[in-house]
Design a protein. Structure first.
Length: 320
């Protein structure tokens, strides 16, 4: 904790400097601050005298920052931006109980959103905002409270594990009932279109068709065709529509199997090395709504968590 007062120039001088540096004009800064142009000029001169440097190059029809001026302006903008972010978060808490959850589009649409109605029924005064993106968001800088990430334990950054993942082929019941090309063994996949993940740059699964086929001794299998998708929920919808065979990722596709929209033609299931973790920002650790939502997530996750330890004993599952 800071025990001594900061040795800072008067804040009104900083305000005048920021406006002048941003506009590169004393006249525009004066209009913005509702003071005279000469008052802005005096503020800048006082600040330069205090710092013993020139902050601006003054020419007949142009104003530009010196090297010290550029350095000071960059720092002032960064500090003001951080203050703005904090005040917006504080203002948001006083106006309403709101927090944001960032996660992948696939997890949001297949697992999280279908369950949100249950949470909002129990917590009608809390506004949960979902930000679905493949980008790895910095929670502290973005002001986002929670992230649900698909990663290994170390990459999760101390997050709380929701569940692991089992991977196995799934298809529509219509495709399974096609007697022209039955799906009785994994080798029968050569007669079918396989649905692939094509976006491996933003946390996409490491366990995809090449690794699964290698694990079952079919690394040289050539399917009848291939369709590539950038988001996992697109793959699931394509599989439900009978467009090919997908790698089902349980528990994300558990609901579709329960509803009879997808089925698993084979018993072979592999265990993925990655899992789903929920991570909270440091600034939201004491937020009771965030803590309550994390507890709700864990309760929902336990309902859907695949019995991976049992699978390892009963089947020749491999780590991805």
């Amino acid at each position: 904790m800071q025990n001594k007062p900061f040795d800072l120039p008067p804040l009104n001088l900083i305000e005048g400097f920021e406006a002048a540096a941003r506009n590169l004009s004393f006249t525009k800064a004066a209009a913005e601050l509702f003071i005279t142009q000469s008052a802005v000029s005096r503020q800048i001169k006082a600040l330069e005298e205090r710092l013993a440097v020139s902050l601006f190059d003054r020419r007949a029809r142009a104003l530009s920052l010196t090297a010290p001026g550029e350095a000071l302006y960059g720092t002032v903008v960064d500090v003001l931006r951080r203050i703005d972010e904090v005040t917006k978060r504080i203002r948001g808490r006083t106006k309403g109980r709101t927090f944001t959850v960032t996660t992948t589009p696939g997890f949001a649409s297949l697992w999280l959103i279908p369950r949100l109605a249950g949470y909002t029924r129990e917590n009608p005064k809390v506004d949960v905002r979902i930000s679905a993106s493949t980008e790895l968001v910095d929670l502290e800088r973005s002001g986002i409270e929670l992230a649900i990430r698909y990663s290994g334990p170390l990459a999760a950054g101390g997050g709380m594990k929701l569940f692991g993942e089992e991977v196995f082929p799934v298809c529509s019941p219509t495709l399974l009932c096609d007697h022209t090309h039955p799906l009785e063994t994994p080798a029968d996949l050569q007669h079918h279109v396989l649905l692939y993940f094509s976006d491996l740059s933003h946390g996409s699964p490491t366990l995809d068709w090449p690794m699964w086929l290698q694990a079952v001794g079919l690394s040289h299998l050539e399917p009848a065709g291939a369709l590539h998708f950038s988001h996992y929920d697109q793959i699931v919808l394509a599989a439900v529509a009978g467009q090919g065979v997908a790698l089902g990722r349980s528990p994300l596709i558990k609901r579709f199997i329960r509803e009879g929209k997808l089925c698993a033609p084979f018993n072979t299931k592999l265990v993925a090395a990655r899992a789903y973790y929920v991570v909270a920002s440091k600034s939201s650790e004491l937020n009771p709504d965030v803590k309550n939502f994390m507890a709700w997530l864990c309760t929902e996750a336990k309902k859907d968590s695949p019995n991976i330890s049992k699978r390892r004993r009963s089947e020749p599952a491999q780590q991805a």
